[in-house]
Design a binder for this molecule. Sequence first.
Ligand SMILES: Cc1cc2nc3c(=O)[nH]c(=O)nc-3n(C[C@H](O)[C@H](O)[C@H](O)COP(=O)(O)O)c2cc1C
Length: 239
Amino acid sequence: MRIVAAAVLSAFLSLSGAGIPMTGTGFVTFAVAAQTASTAKAKTASSASARVMDHALVVSFVHRDNIGSTSKMDVDALSTATVYSGPTGEKKSTIEVIRDTLKKETKAKTFAIRVKKSYSKNYSKTVDRADREIDRDTKLALKKKKVAKWKTYKTIFLCTPVWHGTLPQPVKMFLKANDFSGKTIYLFGAHLGSGFGDQLAQIRALCPGAKVRKGKTYLGDATNKSVSKSVKKWVRARR
Ligand SMILES: Cc1cc2nc3c(=O)[nH]c(=O)nc-3n(C[C@H](O)[C@H](O)[C@H](O)COP(=O)(O)O)c2cc1C
């Protein structure tokens, strides 16, 4: 798994290193009381699923939330920046769009995973640090690892990019710190070729007793509009 991830990663790194922006088409590779029995039944079914959505929490790990201010970003980091504000005028990263659309469509509360020690604004340094952390299973401190009223949530929408073919270490720390038994986790992701990588297997291993389901994953350079439209469709199909 890591070999495939390494191949994907080295391809996108060499493109960004060559000054080729990872946006647009340049980087293709990679949801009155009932009056009759039938309306009563339909109403019960719809309110049952509405209740699931009412008990949902959107947990996200957003790269740029974890690198401090972007105002002093260096040249290397611009390849990441273009993903956010490239030629199509994108304002948000893919994970931010997924998070915001899920929040709006399900009226869920949100929780942001943030590391205490920010990642570098230098893209390559972040890639190196992330690789080391995943290899060594480093214990990372999070700004906050517990969620208020955790027991009240039944559905967790976990939104994270794929890093080195797997979960970013901060996401792993959050999963380790909380008891997900009895909850259903839907994974939503962003990638540049690896898809979910081994994230679903990782989450199953880290969250015993949870149901782990595939949500959707999108290319990091997909337009905000297309991602938002697709997430809306996914949620509405499950209402
Ligand atoms: C440290 C690091 C490692 C990454 N590893 C992979 C990878 O293995 N496979 C992949 O397809 N994309 C990889 N990416 C690209 C991210 O998935 C990409 O940043 C994301 O798709 C962009 O979405 P976002 O802007 O919402 O974070 C990596 C990015 C970073 C910063």
